[in-house]
Design a protein around this ligand. Structure first.
Ligand code: NAD
Length: 429
């Protein structure tokens, strides 16, 4: 999913993999198995719309690798969804679960549609249709979906209900991101954004920077961005800029305030897709700027938390010299060309599949709780999440320091080595 038709995220994911495969000196068969998804499903979902017409939507599920456990990954609803985006995201899920050291593989799914223009009934029909096409190929011991961009707990519950109707039993571990009280885990809403900041907190400690003396600029104002901002502010940091997509004008805006944004106030001006109301924000004293300005703010920390392909060869030079850390909340926000520049400039990067692994780690906790049919309180979930993320962060940063590797490369080395090992141990290669 991208506004730029020439950018192919799967090629990017493969080129990142190839580089590490060379570093690890992987044999050809291991490369072949890890460069290509193990299974892909492409299908149509016919839906009778509210106006009586039938519209046919296109859906996907890609299971990149399940050597370490059932495939795991979200489902996106987006008008520009492409199968190559889903492939790339499924590959990144494999590495993310391996980096977080949870016993799951990588998958991803999507439907080409725009929920902005669909009624709740039409969205329910898409969710149920998606499950009807895949019921034999997903489930608690095979492939466990979750929400992603523009999908939410209600969508997950409709999907679970359809699955349980087909399977004839209760299988709450079939899908994660469910509403709390219906098999969902407390803390899941916070998990990805908080996970980004658990890593950021550890990085600041290692770099000897006091969080209360730092400022940050954040791209996006959805689930990940809002909870990253929440915890970062609790650590004493100041967010001076956020950006979001304006659905009405089909463009992005950045909202800047030097004394720091008021999270609750901005939330009150934001629609359910994370779009901030420009007029209300201006009236509340925010400077409203073109959306791409988030990247050139004079801050210590950048948190891209919107979409992939946002820090590119075209805009990486606009990053201020003051920036010390980039914590990637979004999946794939930085292109390999921009990555080189960031590494050369010595900016400390916390790579996406480490930084945003809090979501999948909490999804794993959700499955564990569903399997036990016993649910933890929120503090328990978040403190276990902190432990897992902190351990994952340090296993990567220690390797990076020992072998003088860029953090993204170190994370890939750990992840690919673990997955390649599982493929070998199973006798696949
Ligand atoms: P979301 O839909 O809640 O929010 C997306 C935000 O990005 C919205 O504020 C939207 O207005 C903004 N946005 C969209 N296009 C933009 C653009 N071109 N420029 C600036 N802002 C733009 O999504 P989310 O759940 O917060 O996910 C954000 C990213 O994090 C995605 O890359 C997603 O894959 C990744 N991620 C999410 C989770 C999770 O648990 N939600 C977990 C891991 C990774």
């Amino acid at each position: 999913m991208t506004a730029n038709a020439s950018f192919n995220p799967f090629e990017m994911a493969r080129s990142q993999f190839d580089k590490i495969a060379d570093m690890l000196d992987l044999d050809q068969a291991t490369r072949d198995i890890l460069r290509t998804p193990q299974r892909e499903y492409h299908f149509t979902i016919p839906v009778r719309m509210d106006d009586g017409q039938v519209r046919v939507f296109k859906g996907f599920r890609v299971q990149h690798n399940d050597a370490r456990g059932p495939a795991k990954g979200g489902i996106r609803f987006h008008p520009q969804e492409t199968v190559d985006t889903v492939r790339a995201l499924s590959m990144w899920m494999t590495w993310k679960c391996a980096v977080a050291d949870i016993p799951l593989g990588g998958g991803k799914g999507g439907v080409i549609c725009d929920p902005h223009n669909l009624s709740a009934r039409e969205q329910e029909a898409i969710c149920r249709g998606w499950v009807r096409q895949l019921a034999r190929n997903i489930g608690p011991v095979a492939d466990v979906p979750a929400p992603d961009v523009m999908t939410n707990p209600q969508h997950m519950l409709w999907m679970l209900d359809e699955y349980e109707t087909i399977a004839g039993g209760h299988y709450p571990g079939m899908i994660t991101g469910k509403p709390v009280g219906m098999g969902g885990s407390l803390g899941r809403t916070e998990a990805t954004g908080y996970g980004v900041v658990f890593c950021l907190r550890e990085a600041l400690k290692e770099l000897g920077i006091d969080p209360t003396a730092t400022t940050a600029s954040v791209q996006g104002f959805g689930n990940v961005a809002q909870f990253a901002i929440d915890l970062y502010q609790q650590l004493g940091g100041k967010v001076v800029c956020v950006s979001s997509w304006d659905q009405g004008e089909q463009t992005t805006y950045a909202f800047a305030r030097e004394e720091g944004i008021d999270l609750e106030q901005l939330r009150g001006m934001t629609d359910r897709f994370g779009g901030i109301d420009k007029a209300q924000a201006a009236a509340a004293g925010y400077q409203v700027l073109p959306g791409d300005q988030w990247i050139e703010r004079e801050v210590d920390i950048l948190i891209p938390a919107a979409l992939e392909h946002q820090i590119t060869a075209d805009n990486v030079q606009r990053i201020s010299d003051r920036v010390k850390i980039i914590a990637e909340g979004a999946n794939g926000p930085t292109t390999p060309e921009a990555d080189k520049v960031i590494a050369e400039r010595g900016i400390f990067l916390i790579p996406d599949f480490l930084a945003n692994a809090g979501g999948v780690t909490c999804s794993y906790f959700e499955q564990v709780q569903c399997n036990m049919n016993y649910f933890w309180d929120k503090e328990d979930v978040l403190s276990r999440l902190d432990q897992k993320m902190t351990a994952a962060y340090h296993s990567i940063s220690e390797l990076a320091a020992k072998r003088k590797l860029y953090m993204r490369d170190a994370a890939y080395v750990v992840a690919i080595d673990r997955v390649a090992g599982a493929c070998r141990d199973r006798g696949w290669v």
